[in-house]
Design a protein around this ligand. Sequence first.
Ligand code: NI
Length: 183
Amino acid sequence: MIRPVYIYGSSVLRKVAQNISPDYPNIKELITDMFETMYHSDGVGLAAPQIGLSIRLFVIDATPFEEDDEDVKDFKKVFINAKIIERSGERKLFNEGCLSIPNIREDVERDDVIRMQYLDENFEPHEEEYSGIRARIIQHEYDHLEGMLFTDKVSPIRRQLLRNKLAGITKGRFSIDYKFRLA
Ligand code: NI
């Protein structure tokens, strides 16, 4: 089932999300819904707060980046209770967008390498290192769990230039072709 995407200005996007346990209700169905919602809106990642749930769950399918980076071939994954335990490598700029912030794209600086602990969809634990586009997408989704958005991370000058646009979004001034909610 496609769920509405919560848009910039919605309070759930600013909350720190909570860990979940394996008895979280209908978790399989929720994960299926998240992939479906993400594909429907042409996203490469979706975090649970973006569908109104303040829990530490995000899904990624980076297949659309396959042409740019062989690393992301078949990079389709579920991350539960993820924790970034180490950040390293150069800081790099990359042009990002977000389903919750319609019609805005900005260059965002992030770490190139991260090490992370997480549970998969079967609540099996993993510890892995990611770099490049994979680390980029993970950090963007991970920020959603911390109540952070990519527009918080752009340079002060760019942020100033974005102020009116962002204020407009909170008043419903945007155009998208997927279901959304502003709450
Ligand atoms: Ni996002």
